[in-house]
Design a protein around this ligand. Structure first.
Ligand code: ZN
Length: 290
């Protein structure tokens, strides 16, 4: 980890992505927030997304917001603000159910509904999809076919790492075709000691010191000569969110660790690297190489 400090000007534009869901929709907390309770649970997503928009605006960064249809229906103004400020509105499905927990028919219906709802509200085409909890993998080889059938151009649903809840450790680390008209754009990893290590955000960004993520992104930019993809959630910059005391110790640790440090780390990340939308960072290169 001895790379020279980066300057924004000498590096590629990476893709910044935000999975727009609220704290009570997170898969690990699902047992404590059944779907029937969502309507009566106080939302915090709007203020958190507004804060993110402000941070991006201040740093001149653009990003892709993979948004739940459920959220878009309740906060249409927020979705329009995302689009109006130059960011990409993409889909995180409608109801945040893992693809691997659904039948192909139910999965297809969910992602078609989300695309229609988001396009209607944002007033633009929704080309990208990210499965909840990166739940596209070996157990559901049909999923990419559904994503293509629903009319998406790219998916960012595979994390090529070993993890207890998701991941395909042997999946390609960089964009690859998964159908005639669909490309999978995996979350960023670095290759060390014969395996892939996650450096693309989520819980690892909160758990590990900031320089680890910065080092990983720089390695991908400089060694692999590829743009990186980073992801986070609005609830990760919200240390005031209600705490689910009944959750297991492991879930509580993973969900709540360093929430109060994430915003500061994000500000550094926005300063240290150049950030853009998924479609602008990846789709021109994919189209050119096909
Ligand atoms: Zn999610």
């Amino acid at each position: 980890m001895t790379s020279a400090p980066s300057r924004k000007t000498d590096i590629v534009t990476n893709a910044l992505t935000i999975d727009v869901e609220d704290y009570f929709q997170v898969s690990a907390l699902a047992p404590h927030f059944p779907k029937e309770s969502w309507n009566d649970t106080p939302c915090r997503v709007e203020r958190n997304v507004l804060k993110i928009l402000e941070l991006l605006d201040r740093s001149g960064a653009r990003g892709t917001f993979f948004t739940l249809g459920w959220i878009a229906e309740r906060y249409p103004k927020l979705i329009r603000a995302i689009a109006e400020q130059g960011h990409e509105v993409a889909s995180h499905g409608y109801g945040h159910q893992r693809a691997s927990d659904q039948t192909p028919e139910a999965f297809l219906a969910d992602i078609q509904l989300a695309k229609a709802v988001l396009e209607d509200i944002a007033g633009c085409e929704v080309r990208g999809y990210r499965a909840p909890s990166f739940s596209v993998g070996l157990s559901n080889p049909w999923a990419h076919g559904c994503i293509e059938a629903a009319g998406y151009t790219y998916s960012s649903s595979v994390y090529p790492v070993k993890h207890d809840h998701y991941g395909v450790p042997d999946a390609p680390r960089f964009p690859y075709a998964v159908g005639k008209g669909l490309v999978e754009i995996p979350i960023t990893t670095v290759r060390r000691f014969g395996r892939n290590w996650p450096v693309g955000g989520g819980g690892y960004f909160r758990l590990l010191p900031y320089p680890v993520s910065a080092w990983g992104i720089r390695k991908v930019n400089q060694e692999d000569r590829r743009p990186a993809i980073f992801y986070f959630h609005p609830w990760e910059i919200d240390p005031e969110q209600p705490v689910v005391k009944e959750a297991t110790a492991k879930t509580r640790f993973r969900h709540y660790v360093n929430l109060d440090r994430t915003e500061g780390r994000l500000v550094r990340l926005l300063q240290d690297f150049s950030w853009g939308r998924m479609d602008e960072v990846f789709l021109p290169a994919v189209t050119a190489s096909n």
